[in-house]
Design a protein around this ligand. Structure first.
Ligand code: UDP
Ligand code: MG
Length: 332
């Protein structure tokens, strides 16, 4: 095991930080925080857990930051982080995880779709010795059939394509043990498909089935186009299968072309060669042109990501950091 990772002893660490990324969630946060606070109170009492909450304002345009500051003034366990602009959920979560000083991390959505009341179950699994406890959605309320169907398909496709195990129907609702957390923090790639990164880390995994509830307030921040891009990000980040497909399609085409060429020669020798075949020629040219562009586009997807990676820009920029009261303000 990597020498930088804390050993199993770290699992006895009683600290747990609930990490919530919020983008335009001013309506949902006042509903969520009391639920988290109640759970943390119970955990402190029953299991001796030292709970904290870390909210990341991912460049919200509404009153999210003001709401968060109000909440933080009422509860000394709350830490706040604001990014310089909207970097997206994956970067916001990364920022949050980077700012946890010690202990385990519990990731939740701000909209209440991942019920905080389940946190004690996650903690129990962590105490049993699991490093990555993730919630698996048994049902999704308040989401369209199209969204459920495409999500279902996506998890199946990526499960087939990627060599990294990515559990199906599992989002970011999960608890990471201290060593899983510090392992994850070593992955600094720009292509941040968190579900895949969690899977890459490995260690002992446990899954907790749950009913995904409807949003408490506001609307989903992900439209079809954003999800489509996230899916491409996931596939290109965790599989080179599309490149291999291009190779095989090329091989198959070359083989067919060879057979077809041989047939043309034979035909010309047997029956002569009157000029004909414009339709075949057009069909072949267009087909090959299309295939080449698809292969080039696939190559471009990977090359573009390589370019992003090569620039080595930071994953996010911090605008404001307000540690929980009574906690040292040292940044990790
Ligand atoms: N989110 C974020 N940055 C973004 C988009 C979303 O931090 O650019 C947060 C959002 O506030 C919420 C979580 O990510 O806490 C999940 O977003 P949402 O509920 O819109 O996604 P869905 O549940 O519809 O997949
Ligand atoms: Mg949601």
């Amino acid at each position: 095991m990597d020498a930088h990772l804390p050993t199993d002893d770290a699992r006895r660490d009683p600290r747990l930080t609930v990490v919530v990324a919020a983008f335009d969630e001013a309506d949902a946060l006042p509903l969520l925080q009391p639920r988290i606070a109640a759970v943390l109170d119970a955990l402190a009492h029953d299991a001796g857990i030292v709970g904290r909450v870390l909210y990341i304002d991912d460049g919200s345009r509404d009153a999210t930051w003001q709401v968060l500051q109000r909440l933080a003034a009422q509860d000394p366990r709350i830490a706040l982080l604001r990014l310089s602009r909207n970097f997206g959920k994956e970067a916001a979560l990364t920022a949050g995880l980077d700012h946890i000083e010690s202990g385990a991390a519990m990731i939740l959505d701000a909209d209440g779709q991942d019920p905080p009341e389940l946190i004690p179950q996650f903690v129990a699994k962590w105490r049993e010795g699991f490093d990555d406890v993730h919630g698996t959605r048994m049902a999704r309320e308040g989401e369209s059939l199209a969204k459920r169907a495409t999500a279902h398909m996506f998890y199946r496709v990526i499960g087939r394509l990627s060599r990294t195990p990515i559990p199906a129907d599992t989002g970011d609702f999960r608890l990471l043990s201290p060593r899983a957390l510090s392992a994850l923090r070593q992955l600094r790639e720009r292509n941040r498909f968190m579900k895949g990164l969690f899977g890459w880390v490995g260690f002992r995994q446990a899954s907790i089935p749950y009913q995904r509830q409807a949003r408490a307030a506001g609307g989903s921040k992900f439209n079809f186009w954003k999800l489509w891009n996230l899916a491409i990000e996931g596939i290109t980040g965790f599989s080179t299968a599309p490149l291999r497909v291009a190779t095989y399609v090329g091989l198959a085409t070359a083989l067919l072309a060879f057979l077809y060429g041989a047939w043309i020669v034979v035909k010309a020798m047997l029956w002569g060669d009157p000029v004909a075949g414009w339709p075949t020629m057009m069909a072949v040219i267009l087909f090959l042109g299309g295939m080449q562009l698809i292969a080039l586009g696939t190559l471009g997807e990977y090359l573009g990501r390589l370019y992003e990676e090569a620039k080595q820009r930071p994953l996010y920029l911090v605008d404001a950091w307000r540690p929980a009261a009574g906690v040292s303000s040292a940044q990790p």
